[in-house]
Design a protein around this ligand. Structure first.
Ligand SMILES: [Zn+2]
Length: 282
C-alpha cells in the first residue's frame, strides 16, 4: 500500500473505497499528521462503523475503518482532522485530533460475562468463546475481562495501512499509539487483544518472530572485531562497522564475550563472538 494525495492506495494500485464523513474536515496542524492512533469501533462490522461516522448524530469519525476481513474504507484525507481522539495527550501535545490520523478497527472490544458462562458485547450480542481472549488491561492490572480478538487479516491490513501512512508522513514508532495511551483510564481501546509492541515492530519493518530485546548495535568508531571464539586470541571473522546491528544468540556462556549474528537485510548473516562492551541495545 501507499499514500497518494493523502489517500490510501491498495496493492491493486487503486484507491481504497472512500466514504466522506461530515465530522471534522479542517486541515491538520502543520498540514500533516504527526501521530497515528489505533482504536476499536466497539461494534460488529466495518459497514456499521462507516454508517455511524456518516450519521449527523455521531459527532465522531476516523480516517480509516478496517473490517474483519481486512477490507478498508477511508473517510477523510490524511491531512484533514477527524474526531476520534477526544480529550487526549501524548508527549507535549494536548488534543490529538488536530495532529493525528485515526484508524478504527471493527471489533467489539471489552466484553462482559453472560449468565450462561459465555461472553456478551455491550449491546448484548453473544460472542463465541473462540473469538474471546481473557486479559487485564494495562491501566487496570488484576482486573481480567473478555476481549474480542482481532482477525489476523484485519491486523495485517492495519499493519500495511500504518506502514504506508508512517512512511509518507515520517511518523516515529513512539508516535504510533493506542487510544488508551493518549486517553489513559478514560479509554481502553484498542486494549490487550491488540499487541501494540508487535504492531510497531511490524510497521517499522522488524520481523515478527524476532525478539527485539536481542538486537544491539555496534558503538565504536573503529568498528568491532567479530571473532571465531570468545577472546582476542581467536581469528577475526570480520570487522563490524559502527552502527552495525547484531542479533545476540548467547550472552551468558562466555562472560563479556557474546555470540552474535550480523544482521543483513533483516536476517542473520555472519556469526561469531564480540566483546559486549561496544554493543548497545537498538
Ligand atoms: Zn477510541
Amino acid at each position: 500500500m501507499k499514500v497518494t494525495n493523502h489517500k490510501l492506495v491498495g496493492t491493486d494500485n487503486k484507491m481504497v473505497p472512500f466514504v466522506k464523513t461530515p465530522h471534522g474536515g479542517n486541515a491538520l496542524s502543520g498540514g500533516k499528521p504527526r501521530f497515528l492512533v489505533i482504536h476499536y469501533t466497539a461494534g460488529e462490522s466495518m459497514t456499521g462503523a462507516v454508517n455511524w461516522f456518516t450519521n449527523p448524530a455521531a459527532k465522531a469519525s476516523a480516517h480509516l475503518v478496517i473490517g474483519h476481513d481486512g477490507s478498508i474504507t477511508q473517510m477523510a484525507p490524511f491531512d484533514k482532522v477527524c474526531w476520534h481522539a477526544g480529550k487526549s495527550r501524548w508527549k507535549n501535545i494536548i488534543g490529538l485530533n488536530s495532529h493525528s490520523v485515526g484508524i478504527e478497527i471493527a471489533n467489539w472490544g471489552k466484553l462482559t460475562p453472560s449468565a450462561s458462562g459465555g461472553w456478551l458485547s455491550w449491546t448484548g450480542k453473544s460472542i463465541p468463546d473462540d473469538r474471546v481472549m481473557i486479559a487485564a488491561h494495562k491501566d487496570f492490572p488484576g482486573e481480567e475481562h473478555g476481549w474480542e480478538i482481532f482477525e489476523e487479516a484485519q491486523y495485517m491490513a492495519t499493519v500495511a495501512a500504518a506502514q504506508a501512512i508512517c512512511a509518507e508522513y515520517g511518523i516515529d514508532p513512539s508516535d504510533v499509539v493506542g487510544h488508551d495511551d493518549i486517553s489513559p483510564t478514560r479509554k481502553v481501546d484498542p486494549g490487550p487483544a491488540f499487541p501494540m509492541e508487535r504492531f510497531r515492530a511490524l510497521v517499522f519493518g522488524r520481523s515478527e518472530d524476532e525478539d527485539d530485546d536481542l538486537l544491539y548495535k555496534v558503538q565504536s568508531d573503529t568498528g568491532l572485531n567479530m571473532r571465531t571464539g570468545p577472546g582476542v586470541n581467536f581469528d577475526k571473522v570480520k570487522n563490524l562497522a559502527h552502527n552495525t546491528v547484531v542479533h545476540v544468540i548467547d550472552k551468558t556462556s562466555h562472560g563479556k564475550w557474546w555470540m552474535v549474528a550480523e544482521r543483513v537485510n533483516g536476517k542473520d548473516d555472519n556469526t561469531g563472538f564480540v566483546h559486549s562492551h561496544w554493543l548497545q541495545p537498538v
